[in-house]
Design a protein around this ligand. Structure first.
Ligand code: KG4
Ligand code: ZN
Length: 336
């Protein structure tokens, strides 16, 4: 049994959750800073840190109250994102977590943000191993093989941009609000595939990705059309890009399943797991090609950054006594 208070502050959401046994959400408060970063077209690290400082105590109080607790004394441990992420942003969550752990004499559990994205699915259904996860977010695109709880083998990854980053940069050129992934996805549902976008590395015999060339292809199309004074159809461009991205991600996932035939469950993780084309593409292809592999895709509110996923990922660490002490530091480049 565990009741864990979890804190996530790696980027632009200040979030605190209370999670029971790594699977039941007692509370999950997410204070988004998106409005403050929107006018800059991206996350400004200094602004993010300042907002975390302003928000963190209120968000902790809110999460404790929402979980029906009267004090942090009632939880068994404090979990916190140690990395990867923005150093100043991570430090705010870490400092808050260390303070709570010290004052309330609770163990402190450092958690990897990417592990958190995978464990978000444990809030829906128990994870079954061996498991294959596709993490697709603003900073990462990786295929991860997990033989058991807490064991991560990165078997494929992007050689350049993350998929979310490519979405955001194209969206910015189309003057969509930040972060543009969601708006690109909405546009993609209204268009037809009329532009040719390369499917980078699709036929290469590995599990890696490359999104920088695909992003540049779209940006060049926009640029050249503008120079010629031609119209581009944003919805068609979004559809063409999305179809190319989904083709690559689905194909590499299927290839990974062929290479790891013992996989019992597939988990889609990260902010881009909210993408309608990707959700549908993976579900239908895996149902046809791998009907015995269970597919877990979190609901939209658990795809983006949130503390519930950190609480979910901390449960097995709690059971194994994998605690940190008060000297632990933020790890901006932390790997799985
Ligand atoms: O996991 P996340 O919340 O933060 C990171 O850890 O990076 O992912 C954020 C990324 C952003 O790039 C955002 O544009 C993208 O996820 N995103 C989407 C969609 N919703 C969010 N990308 C494509 N389609 C979506 N529906
Ligand atoms: Zn994330």
């Amino acid at each position: 049994m565990s009741l864990i208070l979890a804190i996530e502050s790696s980027c632009d959401e200040t979030s605190v959750a209370v999670i029971e046994n790594g699977s039941l959400i007692k509370s999950n408060i997410v204070a988004s800073q998106i409005k403050s970063h929107m006018r800059f077209g991206g996350v400004v690290p200094e602004v993010a840190s300042r907002h975390h400082v302003e928000q963190i105590t209120q968000v902790i109080d809110h999460a404790v109250a929402d979980a029906g607790l009267t004090s942090v004394d009632e939880v068994d441990a404090i979990a916190v994102t140690q990395g990867p992420g923005l150093v100043g942003a991570l430090l705010v969550g870490l400092t808050a977590a260390k303070t709570l752990a010290f004052v309330h004499e609770k163990p402190l559990i450092p958690v990897n943000h990417l592990a958190g994205h995978i464990y978000a699915s444990q809030l829906i259904e128990p994870l079954a191993f061996p498991l294959l996860a596709l993490i697709a977010s603003g900073g990462h695109t990786e295929l991860v093989y997990m033989a058991q709880d807490g064991s991560f083998e990165v078997i494929g990854e992007t050689q350049d941009d993350a998929v979310g980053e490519a979405y955001d940069k194209i969206g910015r050129m189309l003057e969509l609000p930040y972060p543009a992934g969601k708006y690109m996805d909405q546009l993609a549902q209204e268009g037809v595939e009329s532009y040719q976008i390369p499917r980078a590395m699709l036929h290469e015999d590995n599990l890696d990705f490359s999104f920088s060339g695909m992003k540049s292809a779209v940006m060049n199309l926009i640029h050249n059309a503008r120079q010629r004074g031609d119209e581009i159809v944003p919805a068609d461009l979004a559809t063409s890009f999305q179809n190319a991205v989904v083709d690559v991600l689905v194909e590499k996932t299927v290839r990974a399943l062929a290479e790891y035939p013992d996989v019992r469950q597939f988990v889609l993780a990260g902010g881009v797991a909210a993408n309608s084309g990707l959700r549908e593409g993976l579900k239908s292809r895996l149902a046809t090609d791998y009907p015995d592999v269970a597919v877990l895709i979190p609901p939209l509110n658990l795809c983006g950054d949130n503390a519930a996923m950190i609480g979910a990922a901390s449960h097995h660490l709690f059971e194994q006594g994998r605690f940190g002490d008060l000297s632990i530091n933020a790890k901006p480049g932390m790997m799985l």
